[in-house]
Design a protein around this ligand. Structure first.
Ligand code: CA2
Length: 145
C-alpha cells in the first residue's frame, strides 16, 4: 500500500470561510474526507496535514524520507516565496506533486512564480478540491511506474 503525505500550507485551514469564488466552499476537513475516501478506493494510506509555519512544513517534508512514498503539496503562498521549501523537496528522494485549488496562472503575476514547480514531478491547479483526487491518481501512477 502506498503511503501518501498530503501537506497543506498557510491559511488553508480557513477554507470554506472566505473567498468561495476563488477557492470554493469546501472546508479543509471536507477535502481530507474526500482524500481518505479516495485513498480507500485506490489502496493508498493517507496522512493529511496542515500548518501555517514554514519550518513545520519543512520538517514534514523531511519525515517523508522514512514515513511516506510520495507527497502532494499545496504550499499556499509559500509556493511563491520559499527557497527553503524548494530545498527541502530537493533533499528527499520522493516524488512531489504541486497542487493548487485555484488556477494560479489566471491570477496576479506574483502567483505565476513557483519555487515548488522547479522540484516537483508535476503541477495540478485550477480544479478546486477535485484536484486533490487528480493528484492522488497522478502520484499512484508515478509510484506504480
Ligand atoms: O490555489 C491555491 O490552492 C493556493 O495555493 C492557495 C493560497 C494562495 O496563496 C496560492 O497562491 C494558491 C492561499 C490559501 C488561502 O486560503 C484561504 C481560504 C479562505 C480564506 C482565506 C484564505
Amino acid at each position: 500500500m502506498h503511503r501518501f503525505l498530503i501537506l497543506n500550507g498557510p491559511n488553508l485551514n480557513l477554507l470554506g470561510t472566505r473567498q468561495p469564488e476563488v477557492y470554493g466552499s469546501v472546508t479543509l476537513d471536507d477535502i481530507e474526507a474526500l482524500c481518505q475516501a479516495h485513498g480507500t478506493r485506490i489502496g493508498a494510506q493517507v496522512s493529511f496535514q496542515q500548518s501555517n509555519h514554514e519550518g513545520v512544513l519543512i520538517d514534514a517534508i523531511h519525515a517523508a524520507r522514512t514515513d511516506f512514498d510520495g507527497i502532494i503539496l499545496n504550499a499556499g503562498a509559500y509556493t511563491h516565496t520559499s527557497v527553503a521549501l524548494m530545498d527541502a523537496i530537493a533533499s528527499i528522494d520522493r516524488p512531489v506533486i504541486e497542487l493548487h485549488l485555484s488556477n494560479v496562472h489566471a491570477r496576479e503575476p506574483f502567483r505565476h512564480v513557483s519555487y515548488i514547480s522547479k522540484v516537483a514531478q508535476g503541477v495540478i491547479c485550477g480544479f478546486g478540491a477535485k484536484g486533490y483526487v487528480l493528484a492522488m491518481d497522478a502520484l499512484a501512477g508515478i509510484l506504480d511506474g
